[in-house]
Write a protein that binds this ligand. Structure first.
Ligand SMILES: [Zn+2]
Length: 208
């Protein structure tokens, strides 16, 4: 991708938007009220807005390696706080993807420098679901399942945040766990049964 081309693309996009609505950018600049918070992977192939057909103003976005939500990550915690408590989004989506390099790296025991502490969170997901994963003989299948379980655990991490707990008490907010299958382009709703998943952890984290 050529840098000059990016500015040409941008001008073409501005012209296209103004061609449909001369006030498009004037209205856009007046504020945002997105319906969803999307937390996905930084992978260049999993473009949040494009795969959802979301227009500017519709989705608040956080992307990092392997769509992680760590309570020590000031960026993730700030994004969740702002989206949930200020913008009042009604849906939070954690979207993983099959073929995720971050998840793959966490399955190997290589030393990856600065990535080690980040990937350790995924290794913790593996440890939590050790029995289920080790029962899968096929490596490719195990890899896909770890992608799904990582999404599930990051959803739980979102639910544990104070902002989401307060929102649960006061209004409707729904957390969704999705996976994007790059081989088909399709988004898959994992339909995670959060009542079941959370039942066991409620007492420990004092959630209600
Ligand atoms: Zn990824």
């Amino acid at each position: 991708m050529n840098i000059d081309q990016i500015f040409k693309n941008n001008q073409a996009w501005v012209n296209e938007k103004l061609g449909v609505d001369p006030d498009y950018f004037k209205n856009l600049s007046e504020g945002q009220a997105p319906e969803v918070l999307y937390i996905g992977c930084s992978d260049s192939r999993v473009t949040a807005e494009e795969i959802m057909g979301a227009k500017p103003g519709e989705a608040f976005i956080l992307r990092n390696i392997a769509n992680m939500v760590s309570n020590l990550d000031l960026s993730a915690m700030s994004v969740i706080n702002y989206a949930v408590s200020h913008l009042k989004v009604n849906h939070i989506i954690i979207c993983g993807h099959y073929g995720c390099g971050g998840v793959k790296a966490a399955m190997q025991s290589e030393d990856l420098g600065i990535l080690n502490p980040w990937l350790r969170n995924i290794r913790d997901v593996y440890r939590l679901h050790n029995d289920e994963l080790n029962a899968i003989a096929d490596e490719a299948q195990k890899y896909r399942r770890l992608v799904e379980l990582n999404v599930q655990e990051q959803c739980v991490n979102v639910i544990k945040t104070a902002d989401v707990q307060i929102a649960y008490r006061n209004r409707n907010i729904t957390v969704h766990g999705w996976v994007m299958d790059m081989a088909t382009g399709k988004l898959i709703d994992l339909k995670i049964d959060f009542d079941k998943v959370l039942k066991d952890i409620m007492e420990i984290y004092h959630l209600d």
